[in-house]
Design a protein around this ligand. Structure first.
Ligand SMILES: Nc1ncnc2c1ncn2[C@@H]1O[C@H](COP(=O)(O)OP(=O)(O)OP(=O)(O)O)[C@@H](O)[C@H]1O
Ligand SMILES: [Mg+2]
Ligand SMILES: [Mg+2]
Length: 309
């Protein structure tokens, strides 16, 4: 069986762990820098070129697409899916998950609880937006932000108005959200593989920070989900259509609220805090979903060499 891990850096913890566990299964596995892949499209032929050669069609891919490379990464994933390759992350689900607004729309439609959220264009009146979102304190989120960058807590109505005016003036797309004070800088990350929770951790933000992101200095410990948290995490993963994902929830008076669903969740925090072999669970998921294709072991050739034609 041939597996490609689509990752830009084979020294990352997650990439190394996936490589290790795929190798442990006895599979032929290769880390492919998806930005160095060239897509070739002809009638009835969808090919991938890599390092100057045609890339053999694998049995499965494990996309690890960086947030800033979503467009190209998703196109690559789509190309492999069109070659009938199994992907642990579908291209549509990947694209959806990278848009915070679209994700919240999908989650809401599937009855997943989340913080009250308002989205408006920069032509709108900041005062109205603040009123609709329930008034200060509020959380503002730049749509394309990640790792906690671009997430701002504003305490007063006055501050909210001036920050909103500033963002709208710069034509930045942002979400305005009710602030869940009782979360107190903690959040829960449930790691889902194949609609099951395979591990969970609780993250606590750095002293004085309302954001729990590890990249912002937060710390993580293993956590046992209660029934409601477990059901919410699974419902969110299902709604997003993600086979492998990290569902982030914050505790609130009305139960767990989903913040976002990450389609390339890191393995380091969750494996180290829980001591669970998450990478192996991902391999088991692949194993369950594919039958090795004997044709794939054949050398791939273009139907007719039409280069230059
Ligand atoms: N409405 C809210 N109320 C309280 N805390 C919040 C709220 N929104 C976000 N937070 C805190 O800020 C953190 C970062 O927010 P969010 O996850 O939306 O941003 P992100 O930049 O996408 O981060 P990630 O790296 O997880 O993708 C959350 O994990 C949570 O701890
Ligand atoms: Mg995010
Ligand atoms: Mg987050």
């Amino acid at each position: 069986m041939r597996i490609y891990i689509l990752s830009r850096n084979e020294n990352l913890y997650s990439t190394k762990r996936l490589l290790e566990e795929a190798t442990a299964k006895g599979w032929e596995v290769k880390v492919i820098d998806y930005l160095k892949c060239t897509i070739e499209i002809m009638k009835g032929e969808l090919l991938v070129n890599y390092e100057g050669k045609l890339l053999p069609i694998p049995d499965a891919i494990i996309p690890r697409i960086g947030a800033s490379k979503t467009f190209y990464g998703a196109a690559m994933v789509r190309h492999f899916e069109m070659q009938d390759v199994f992907s642990t992350t579908g291209n549509l689900a990947l694209t959806r998950s990278r848009d915070k607004l679209r994700s919240l729309q999908v989650l809401s439609k599937n009855d997943v609880d989340l913080p009250r959220t308002v989205f408006a264009s920069n032509k709108s009146n900041a005062k109205d937006v603040i009123a609709l979102s329930g008034g200060a304190p509020l959380v503002l989120k730049i749509l394309e932000g990640t790792q906690g960058v671009g997430v701002v807590l504003v305490d007063s109505k006055k501050a909210a108005k001036s920050v909103l005016d500033a963002f709208y003036g710069m034509d930045v797309n942002l979400l305005v959200q009710e602030y869940i004070e009782e979360a107190n800088g903690t959040d829960i990350r449930a790691f889902i593989v194949d609609n099951e929770v395979v591990g969970a951790m609780k993250r606590q933000g750095a002293e004085g920070d309302f954001r729990s992101n590890l990249h912002q200095g937060g710390s993580a410990v293993a956590y046992k989900l209660n029934r409601k948290e477990k059901a919410t995490a699974i419902a969110a993963a299902r709604a997003m259509g993600l086979g492998v994902c990290g569902v982030d929830m914050i505790p609130s008076k009305r139960g767990p609220l989903v913040m976002e669903v990450n389609s390339s969740p890191g393995l380091e925090g969750i494996e180290k805090s829980t001591n669970i072999n998450i990478a192996q669970k991902i391999m088991d998921y692949i194993e369950k979903n594919i039958k090795p294709k004997s044709s794939n072991t054949k050398k791939i050739k273009r139907k007719k060499d039409s280069i230059g034609a």
